[in-house]
Design a protein around this ligand. Structure first.
Ligand code: SAH
Length: 461
């Protein structure tokens, strides 16, 4: 290990910055964030630094550096572009054993500034020991994505209970188990989703010895297929799951991101068995949660868009089971973006309607007249089986037979295909193709933009 990582308490201590440019300004801001006072020695200041001066906390000494400037400071930073000055600062500080950093000159430094992820009071510092600051920054960016925005809030809340828990649970190992259980369970999710009151209730209940089971159900939108479209929150919960229930629409790439040890239950629906199967799913979710499991219910797209999410949480709500709904990118958004078809556009469409073209008793029951409006985009889910009826219904309600329609097959997946046609011609066009589920229809003038925006070559064009 080239450097020992430590976290310095610099509150109200004076730190010296030599130099008055942009880099000095950034270091000054960083030291101020840590509560330090700053003395800047530089003949002149850049505008940003000049504006940052606060009489009580940032002092400017307007002259060249002198060795005596390092007396009585806790830390020294040299940020000048004059090699001789930088060297002089480094020597003066080192002679007095004061930590010194010379920006971009590792050989003159006794410490380096790491790249940081700030979720105060949780702070992650990354360093490449000066070998590649860009690499360290990229590692940092990855960590930014992994660590929830509310981590700091979680740490603060835990901190408030530390003394109390220490008194309540005297042995170290039991205490550690208590914290681990708490932090890995619904308590944290409450805090991270912004419901601190629920978290506190749960903790107080546990302290009072009232609660033994802490199961929960997370209804997660897995998006249309491309795993990159998952949200951070979805990923976090997937990686903490004890068991996952998923159906046909969840892509194998998404499923791969679920915690390795989690039990996987396929609940794919077969056509005509919807009702019974749905009840079974609801019951399974309930039973697993009541047994104390962290259950992830993965649904294609968004759980609340043609996803029966409302039905799945109804039973949980009635039974008092903790549940959360994590939104996903719905097929309409995913397909539109990946096919280069904006759903609204100043020149073509001011509204979007999402409908299901599902057959009921062999018929598509839609309010055709209501769907045929000028400047409106129509997105039809589950529309392939009833395609003939849909195209005929829209035309009989007055939509132009030349209205462009896009059929997007396996949207956002590597084998996505877009077939562009018109209301009059699409059924015949589709009859001549082998179409793979799932597919989505986009009807409206916005489809004309596909040619201009899509990078994907459409089949048969
Ligand atoms: N809750 C989902 C929709 C479930 S209904 C969502 O928000 O997207 C299932 C229908 O969604 C499919 O029949 C199809 O019409 C559409 N769909 C889902 N994923 C799709 C994809 N990758 N490409 C095209 N259509 C998709």
């Amino acid at each position: 290990m080239q450097h020992l990582p430590v976290f310095l308490d610099l509150r109200d201590q004076t730190c010296l910055i030599v130099g008055g440019g942009e880099v000095a300004a950034r270091k000054c801001a960083m030291l101020r964030r840590a509560g330090a006072k700053v003395k800047i020695v530089a003949p002149a200041l850049c505008r940003r630094l000049a504006e940052a001066i606060e009489p009580a906390a940032i002092e400017h000494v307007a002259r060249d550096f002198q060795t005596a400037d390092v007396e009585d400071v806790a830390l020294v930073v040299a940020a000048t572009d004059d090699g001789a000055v930088n060297e002089k600062v480094s020597q003066a500080a080192r002679a007095r054993r004061i930590p010194v950093n010379v920006v971009d000159h590792p050989e003159l430094c006794s410490f380096v500034f790491p790249s940081i992820v700030d979720r105060s009071p949780v702070i992650v510092a990354v360093s490449s020991g000066g070998a590649s600051p860009v690499l360290a920054r990229l590692v940092r960016a990855r960590l930014e994505g992994l660590l929830p925005a509310g981590l700091g809030r979680l740490a603060k809340l835990l901190g408030r209970y530390r003394d109390r828990i220490k008194q309540r649970i005297p042995t170290f190992s039991e205490r550690r188990r208590f914290w681990e259980d708490l932090i890995q369970g619904p308590f944290s999710e409450h805090v991270l989703s912004g419901d601190e009151a629920a978290a506190v209730r749960l903790l107080e209940d546990r302290l009072a010895g009232n609660v033994s089971v802490t199961g929960a159900v997370y209804l997660i939108g897995a998006g249309p297929g491309d795993p990159d479209l998952l949200s951070f929150r979805a990923l976090r919960l997937m990686q903490a799951a004890d068991v996952v229930l998923y159906d046909r629409l969840v892509s194998p790439e998404v499923l791969d991101l679920v915690r390795r040890d989690a039990e996987r239950i396929y609940v794919g629906k077969r056509r005509n068995y919807h009702r019974m199967r749905q009840e079974e799913i609801n019951a399974t979710l309930l039973n697993l949660a009541q047994a104390g499991k962290r259950v992830v219910r993965l649904k294609g797209g968004d759980p609340f868009v043609f996803g029966r999410g409302g039905e799945e949480i109804a039973g949980l709500a009635a039974a008092g089971i903790h549940f959360e709904v994590v939104p996903g990118v719905t097929a309409a958004n995913g397909c539109a973006a990946y096919a280069g078809i904006p759903l609204t556009h100043r020149d073509y469409a001011q509204s979007v309607v999402l409908v299901t073209g599902n057959l009921r008793d062999g018929r598509v029951n839609l309010d055709w007249a209501g769907l045929v409006r000028p400047q409106q985009t129509l997105v039809i889910y589950m529309g392939l089986t009833g395609l003939d009826q849909i195209c005929a219904g829209l035309q009989s309600a007055g939509m132009s037979s030349a209205m462009p329609v896009a059929l997007i097959e396996r949207g956002t997946l590597p084998d996505q295909r877009v077939i562009v046609s018109t209301l009059a011609e699409l059924p015949a066009r589709v009859a001549g193709e082998t179409i793979q589920a799932p597919t989505l229809l986009i009807v409206g003038d916005v489809v004309r933009l596909h040619e201009q925006f899509a990078w994907q070559v459409t089949a048969g064009d």
